[in-house]
Design a protein around this ligand. Structure first.
Ligand SMILES: *Cc1c(COP(=O)(O)O)cnc(C)c1O
Length: 356
């Protein structure tokens, strides 16, 4: 597909690595293309980054038809830039699109526009240790009518943001509260789709946890309020009595690419990883009798985030003396090693971006 390019008149100054944080700064350009039923995707363009106008009746503003993805471009030692498993993000975006009745983007087309846009903006990939260029593709319904139905028009965009190291002060285990009231998603709902609506519905519990001094919540399933699902916006894994376990993908859980990569790394090294139902009672028991050896969240932003303390119904449990566990540390070193090109990528997960 032809991508028309309008360059920014005056490129912005790049921020200092130490001030980056997450999602505060954006690069000079953004990518947009439009979908019209019968015509397909058209008008692919790279334009200066900035506000744009939409119709006040635009579907996304009223009925929440929106999905997104999150991945990163990493700067290697030799100065080149690479992506990590981008095809997985593209496939997941199409799965999300199907659930929300948004149009599919053929894999080849999605891969082409993604890599071309990152290639175009690659100078914005920061160099400092642990920093990266966060890539946020997203799609929303853009019919200009209040009628309720699957959309006939959609907009797909990519914005990019240089982000700081997630662990500027070293990897500190976090405190997590098990949420017994609100649920994030239910089977049959949109839990497996990466859609904004799931986040809107999660904010209340997250806010409540924060007010009580916890960084995030551990979600339970929406039907029985019994089975562990995710931690905040990350997947969750445990080492219980030598066994590595993670909740099975039952439909209400987001199929994380970091989760998948952790499982594949561990299996390749001879560990057994069980994807199964984990009840909160099993977890409580393991916490009480000390067989819960490690717990960690996993997602693109943090890679892995060790859990040092879990609170449930007023009781507090410390895990691994509040320190990062061996398996957690190993996964962190392996995945970040592959992502920044410091160790051999024997899984063939990385995707180089052409220098421009
Ligand atoms: C994005 C996301 C994850 C992590 O997925 P990755 O592909 O590993 O980044 C986990 N849970 C939720 C709810 C998410 O939105």
């Amino acid at each position: 597909m032809d991508i028309s390019i309008t360059k920014i008149a005056q490129p912005k100054e790049k921020p200092e690595a130490s001030t980056l944080g997450f999602g505060k700064y954006f690069t000079d350009h953004m990518f947009i293309m439009n979908y019209t039923e019968g015509e397909g995707w058209h008008d692919a363009r790279i334009v200066p980054f900035g506000p744009f106008s939409i119709h006040p009746a635009c579907t996304v503003l009223h009925y929440g038809s929106e999905i997104f993805e999150g991945l990163k471009a990493y700067r290697k030692k030799d100065g080149s830039v690479q992506l990590f498993r981008p095809i997985e993000n593209i496939r997941r975006m199409n799965t999300s699109a199907e659930r929300l009745c948004l149009p599919q983007i053929p894999e080849d087309l999605a891969m082409e526009v993604l890599t071309k846009f990152v290639e175009f903006e690659q100078d914005w990939t920061p160099f400092a240790e642990g920093t990266s260029l966060y890539i946020r593709p997203f799609m929303f319904g853009s019919d200009e009518t209040l009628g309720v139905h699957a959309v006939h028009n959609a907009t797909f965009m990519i914005i990019t943001s240089p982000v700081g190291s997630y662990y500027k002060e070293g990897i500190n285990p976090v405190k997590i509260m098990i949420e017994a009231d609100d649920v994030r998603a239910v089977r049959g709902g949109t839990g497996y789709a990466k859609c904004g609506g799931n986040y809107a519905a999660s904010n209340r519990a997250g806010q409540k946890a924060e007010l009580q001094g916890y960084s995030q919540v551990l979600w339970l399933d929406g039907v029985e309020r019994k089975y562990i699902e995710e931690v905040g916006a990350m997947n969750v894994m445990f080492k219980i009595n030598g066994e590595i376990v993670t909740p099975a993908l039952t439909g209400s859980i987001l199929p994380g690419i970091t989760r998948k990569s952790c499982i594949e790394v561990l299996k390749s090294e001879g560990y057994t990883v069980s994807e199964r139902l984990i009840s909160v009672n099993e977890l409580e028991e393991a916490l009480e009798n000390g067989t819960l050896e490690e717990a960690w969240g996993c997602g693109t932003a943090a890679v892995v985030s060790p859990i040092g303390e879990l609170a449930y119904k007023g009781k507090k449990f410390v895990i691994n003396e509040g320190k990062i566990g061996k398996v957690t540390q190993h996964l962190y070193d392996t995945l970040t090693g592959i992502q920044w090109g410091k160790i051999e990528d024997k899984f063939n997960w990385t995707c180089p971006i052409k220098k421009n």
